[in-house]
Design a protein around this ligand. Sequence first.
Ligand SMILES: [Zn+2]
Length: 418
Amino acid sequence: MTRSDFLKSSLLLAASAGAGASFADACLSAKPPVKKPAPPRNRCPYRGIDWSKAIQINTTSHGHCLNQNFLDKYIKHRFGFMTISNYYPSAPVVPGKDFCDGYYRVNHDWPVMVNGKRTEGPFDWNEIIKPYAGRLEEKYRRQLPFKLGGKMFPKWPEGMLEAPNAEHHGFLDENGKSCGSLHMCAPGSAFKSGTFDARYFFKTHTGGYHHGSGEYWGTAIDRMIEGMIYEDGGGITINHPTWTHLDREFLLKLLDHDPRVLGIEVLEAGTNSENYWDWALSTGRQCFGVFVPDWSIDNEKTFGVNVLVVPERTVHACLRAYRLGNFYGAHRGYGELAFTSITFDGNVLKVKTDKKARFEVKTARGIRMETTGTEVKWVKSPSPKPRRQDWGTDIFVRVKAYALDGSGEVLYTQPIML
Ligand SMILES: [Zn+2]
């Protein structure tokens, strides 16, 4: 789908939000997904950034946002780019300004796996459920027939950047068995999957409708890639690996499937997956870390923000920053501490902050350096002849910066592969 197709379909959605017409979407044909090859994940993020002119924009690759109250929390957290990742169904909430409650319950025009077969939309859920509606629990029956509701976000902020995204789930493995609780987000992709009836409260499973992707995970990833609104921007994230007890070998398979699988959630709603991150990086694979609230935008203690470092305030620049790893993680994202420069010349890594911080330099060999100040400098090869204890290799380097003001802010650079 091209940028202009995306705009066209967004405008169509905006124009039709009250009329119930469907959201035209070129990327949802029944044909196998078609994707162009992409260069490998960037092994040296931040290269070429002019930090004196760069703009830093708070966002997240995985954040649910159901109403104005939620949106206000994101705005309070200084978000400048919204890629709402809602599900049930896994479909983008764009454009936010015009999006209506219940939109996808009455406008489901993408394919669903029905009894294991990919079946084209549209699906009229009112008609599908009607014959057996009497057998539903009262509280669900009362919701019928589904109708378009009011605006989801009556006060969408003027000028807020946004791009499609969704949290996809319900994948199958190579043998057609469930992949368990693997969840993936796809910031920058207009791809839609699954149905509204994830808990089967409306008994759609009795008709054979799969609630999620229902496809092999590799095919699903390829469809997400096919739906990218920019060829050189956006990507796919592997969500909450700790919560899902993601198998480590499976994580590598996901990363190896396509370089547009960007990496894993390192902070997700208070859960820290740095152990997964460092392990994947220690295999020599680049793996970006993303930092997300998921459902926990309300809870300051359990947060996570992606801070994009971009040359201009545009959707394309934001999605490119994701693809290139030109972003860093913040535990809170209130601006209590910020990176002002991250550079690596092939041998020396220099990281600067706007206020005094405690720095930790981490490699595959653990914490290699700790210091306090507004700058840390780490040299890759301190000695042309490493001493015996220096045998082995660092493989990657990344830096954590802890605020000293009591705020609890912690920043995380992306890894640089050595
Ligand atoms: Zn989620």
